[in-house]
Design a protein. Structure first.
Length: 171
């Protein structure tokens, strides 16, 4: 058994399934490790959807959805109406500082925190990479919209975030 498996209390499947376990970890180190640690614990995962859940989601009116996309290094907020019509496209603009406690830096997209590049107390310059998000096997750099001091880190590596969730607070 490998040292990482015994340290984390992971038992690899035997035979041909062992290769699957190694590939899961090699291809998806953070999420794969969480899966391998919890594969026999159904409470660690979302419940399997029921037919009622599927019917509810199919008939639920969700209204317009908002996405942040990046084109040639410029981020845009795109509002897509139900049915797929694009109702608004606007370049993202850095928000003005809120109060002396600091300004939250929101997640521009849903994904997993791949790497936190700063620590509380660090000074960052506008454009510095502060967080790297992973979504659909793509890494996205989150950069500081302005210079400042990192007051707090609101996430850790491996955390799942949604659009708008606070990543760090800058003062």
């Amino acid at each position: 058994m490998h040292s990482w498996s015994s340290e984390k209390g992971i038992t690899l499947d035997s035979g041909d399934d062992r290769v699957d376990d190694v590939l899961i970890y090699a291809l998806f180190p953070q999420v794969g490790l969480k899966y391998l640690e919890n594969r026999n614990n159904p409470d660690a995962f979302e419940p399997v959807p029921t037919i009622e859940d599927v019917i509810t989601m199919a008939t639920k009116t969700t209204g317009p959805q908002v996405y942040t996309i990046s084109v040639n290094g410029q981020d845009y907020v795109v509002k897509v109406a139900e049915g797929g019509d694009i109702s608004a496209v606007a370049p993202t603009v850095a928000a003005a500082p809120v109060a002396s406690e600091g300004e939250e830096v929101p997640a521009p997209l849903a994904g997993n925190i791949w790497k936190v590049e700063v620590s509380a107390g660090d000074t960052v310059e506008e454009g510095d990479v502060i967080i790297i998000l992973e979504a659909m096997k793509m890494e996205t750099e989150v950069r500081a919209a302005r210079s400042g001091r990192v007051v707090s880190i609101d996430v850790k590596e491996g955390d799942a975030v949604q659009v708008g969730d606070s990543l760090i607070t800058l003062a």
